[in-house]
Design a protein around this ligand. Structure first.
Ligand SMILES: Cc1cc2nc3c(=O)[nH]c(=O)nc-3n(C[C@H](O)[C@H](O)[C@H](O)COP(=O)(O)OP(=O)(O)OC[C@H]3O[C@@H](n4cnc5c(N)ncnc54)[C@H](O)[C@@H]3O)c2cc1C
Length: 395
């Protein structure tokens, strides 16, 4: 947003300040590859300063809270910033402390997350000497960011243990609160079949209540128990605690946001971008990119006192690694579920929607370059901002 806005807002009229508590930016999609030795920590890290255009101030500070009625931001340490317009983009965080027993004596010994760089690196070390047993991948609660990441994780685990010659000693179970592999019928069918083909067990409708470190089981609210030797988990995802302290969030600290205009439902001069909002689409980097185009238009309209005409359609576009150098891709929005077809060019592709191809895998590999060079720099992608039906099959 800073890259986009600095180009159009007059420098003598508009000051742009970014506040972030960390100097490092992580390419989070890369966390997935670390446990399998495909990427290491250095492959997913760059300094945020590399992406900030001239004429934008960067403050490294922890935001204590926003005082939306006073148009003020309070930083830890007592500094106060005033604003005319605010974009909140504080993302989600994993909250393992929300599940009894999760962050206990087995944490980073035989229980790991890969949604943090620390977890992904610890899991890499563990896998180096693991000789097999029962691997359980569990999603603690909905919503969580990148809903395909745990699926990709089990597909890559299947390939990794095959390649190192111990697949017959590893039982992989995918334990999810969803009724199947994914949320929408066509994608659930395609991904469910792929899981079956790869001998990955799916245990649906499992709502995690606690983890028993003595018995090494996960327990659901309806008292089902699943044993594990190693548990990989997507902990409860929540918005930042700053949102709660500011009184701006829902039960999970996500900010109620108009799903089309991307403006806060409560405050006219606050917009919300990315995972921090409660809009009903995937929490994903591709969504942040498409949404940023709409937010940009609407923020400029608000500043100039015009009607906000740009409408976000919930567009999400996710490559799915499926192992052995192949991948799939889904493209959807609030109204259109992931459908089969070709993407981005109708009839040509080169990517195959809901298909398992080598070309889709190359798309995922290329995504890291696109992320650093196009998405973060606020540049245009050569694909439509809105979901298009061209190239998609309805049946
Ligand atoms: C394992 C994994 C795989 C993924 N794979 C994909 C994929 O293949 N494709 C895809 O599109 N997406 C993927 N994602 C999701 C994607 O990374 C996120 O959706 C995206 O980064 C969200 O961007 P954001 O700007 O909303 O939040 P973030 O990128 O999380 O940024 C939030 C920022 O806010 C700052 N912040 C938070 N609170 C405060 C505070 N109180 N004070 C100051 N600063 C604060 C943080 O330091 C951070 O810099 C994946 C995520 C994970 C974890």
């Amino acid at each position: 947003m800073a890259n986009k806005l600095r180009k159009v807002l007059e420098r003598d009229e508009w000051e742009i300040t970014i506040v972030d508590k960390h100097t490092t930016h992580y390419y989070q999609p890369g966390f997935l590859f670390i446990p399998f030795g495909i990427y290491n920590k250095n492959d997913v890290i760059k300094s945020k300063a590399d992406f900030i255009p001239s004429g934008v101030k960067m403050l490294i500070a922890d935001i204590d809270k926003v005082a939306p009625e006073e148009n003020k931001i309070l930083l830890e340490g007592g500094k106060v910033l005033n604003y005319d317009y605010l974009i909140v983009a504080t993302g989600t965080r994993t909250a393992p402390e929300e599940t009894p027993g999760l962050r206990d004596k087995l944490w980073y010994k035989s229980i790991f997350d890969f949604y943090t760089v620390e977890g992904a690196v610890a899991l890499r070390e563990f896998f180096k000497s693991w000789e097999g047993g029962r691997l359980v991948m569990n999603i603690a609660e909905l919503p969580f960011k990148c809903p395909v990441a745990p699926l990709e994780f089990v597909f890559l685990a299947d390939a990794y243990f095959t390649e190192i010659g111990i697949r017959d000693k590893v039982k992989i179970s995918y334990v999810t609160p969803l009724p199947g592999a994914f949320t929408k019928p066509k994608a659930t069918k395609m991904l469910g079949e792929l899981l079956e083909e790869k001998n990955i067990e799916v245990i649906p409708d499992f709502y995690l209540e606690s983890v028993d470190n003595e018995k090494k089981v996960i327990r659901s609210y309806d008292e089902k128990e699943i044993p594990f030797d190693v548990l990989t988990i997507v902990p409860v995802n929540m918005g930042d605690e700053m949102v709660e302290r500011s009184g701006m969030g829902d039960d999970l600290n996500f900010i109620p946001t108009d799903k089309h205009t991307l403006r806060s439902e409560k405050h006219e001069n606050i917009f919300v971008l990315g995972d921090a909002s409660n809009i009903p689409t995937s929490k994903a980097g591709s969504v942040v990119h498409f949404a940023s185009e709409v937010l940009f238009e609407n923020l400029l309209s608000a500043i100039e006192g015009r009607e906000m005409k740009a409408k976000f359609d919930g567009h999400a576009n996710c490559y799915i690694e499926t192992g052995f150098g192949k991948g799939s891709i889904i493209d959807f929005n609030y109204k259109t579920e992931p459908l089969a077809g070709t993407f981005p060019l109708p009839g040509i592709g080169p990517f195959g929607l809901l298909r398992n191809t080598k070309m889709n895998h190359y798309g995922k590999v290329l995504f890291r370059w696109i992320y650093w060079h196009i998405l973060l720099r606020g540049k245009e992608l050569p694909i439509e901002n809105e979901v298009t039906m061209a190239g998609k099959k309805k049946n």
